[in-house]
Ligand binder design. Structure first.
Ligand code: AHM
Ligand code: MG
Length: 339
């Protein structure tokens, strides 16, 4: 493939299938199904200001948070797309209390399970700010031919076979990894195809952007407070003071930092004593992408991908981004933890 030809997501997926010597194409088809569902969700996201799809759906999700109509729409769309495929036997999403088991003979033969946040950053829907979809794909550990079990969904992040996100922003992009680097595809609305636009993404080793909700500053642990002050100090030898950028949509904040270099932080707060973000739906997939791009992701103590999930909707503290910035933040955390 030369650098200038137009390569669609589906062409790329098929081309890269050769990286898996024994692959029969199931993972490729699964990724294609996610890409297709993303286009359907994107169509609704783009129409959100035009039709009566804004606002709360009148239900609360299992976290006790109000669901917006588009959350429900995205959840239903991805579930329907994956249920109709023969690759996936079940899915866990942020919007459903329990695992959604695809109880058909076809689905029970599926080798994979999916975990997903169908529409992240939903507080931004009403105000036309970027939102996203985040997903992980795991190989099931229960026997093929049976219903999936909870254990299939509580695997460490290191077991992910693929992960990605879709950002519905000024343009719509899908970024994913299968453990062989990270690639990004921009949706060309005129032809309705995701086209390869960001080949082999590597994140800068260091950066000058820090992303954290400083509104919770007084509740942060001392190490995080001190690190934020460090980011704000002037240092003639470095690019400090750093710039603060926080959208409140993980996908958008992470995506910007991935391309430009930066750190995203969501520590424990008074309201969210374990952190706010969910290990299965948000942190593991983002951590896999961060590492594949040369960055890192920790919970403040250890690598996110090594954590053994205890429950479907488990929340964790999250520090991710450029390697040297995360290292520096960890130095602050460790130093002030010891005090
Ligand atoms: P959501 O899944 O309910 O949308 O919540 C997750 C979002 C992330 O996208 C974002 O980084 C974070 O919550 C923002 O939280 P806060 O408003 O507390 O800063
Ligand atoms: Mg979310």
């Amino acid at each position: 493939m030369n650098n200038h030809s137009l390569i669609t997501l589906n062409e790329f997926i098929i081309w890269r299938q050769q990286e898996f010597p024994y692959a029969k194409g199931e993972l490729s088809r699964l990724l294609s199904h996610i890409g297709l569902a993303a286009k359907v969700v994107n169509r609704e996201v783009n129409k959100a200001g035009l039709v009566d799809i804004l606002g709360a759906a009148g239900e609360t999700n299992v976290q006790g948070e109000e669901q917006k109509k588009l959350d429900v729409y995205a959840d239903n769309t991805f579930i329907a797309a994956l249920k109709g495929s023969s690759e996936v036997c079940g899915i866990a999403t942020e919007e459903n209390h329990e695992v959604v088991v695809f109880d058909t003979e076809l689905a029970n033969d599926g080798k994979y399970i999916v975990t997903m946040d169908p529409l992240d950053g939903s507080s931004n829907i009403d105000v036309n700010v970027s939102i996203g979809t985040i997903f992980s794909i795991y190989r099931r550990i229960s026997p093929v031919g049976s219903e999936p079990t909870t254990e299939d969904f509580l695997q460490e992040g290191t077991k992910q076979v693929a992960a990605g996100y879709i950002i519905y922003g000024s343009s719509t992009m899908m970024v994913y990894t299968t453990g062989h680097g990270v690639n990004g595809f921009t949706l060309d609305p005129s032809i309705g195809e995701f086209c390869l636009s960001h080949r082999n993404i590597t994140t800068p080793e260091d950066g000058a952007i820090y992303s954290v909700n400083e509104g919770y500053y007084t509740h942060f642990p001392t190490g995080v407070k001190k690190y934020i002050k460090y980011c704000q100090e002037t240092d003639d030898k470095s690019s400090r003071p750093y710039t603060s950028r926080y959208i409140g949509s993980l996908v958008a904040d992470f995506h910007r930092n991935l391309l430009k270099g930066g750190i995203y932080i969501y520590p424990e707060t008074e309201q969210h004593t374990e952190g706010k973000l969910r290990l299965l739906y948000e942190c593991n997939p983002i951590a896999f992408i961060a590492e594949q791009a040369g960055g890192q992701a920790t919970d403040g103590h250890q690598r996110i991908l090594d954590l053994k999930p205890q429950s479907l909707h488990q929340r964790v503290t999250f520090y991710t981004g450029s390697r040297l910035m995360v290292d520096k933040a960890m130095e602050f955390l460790e130093f002030f933890n010891r005090q």
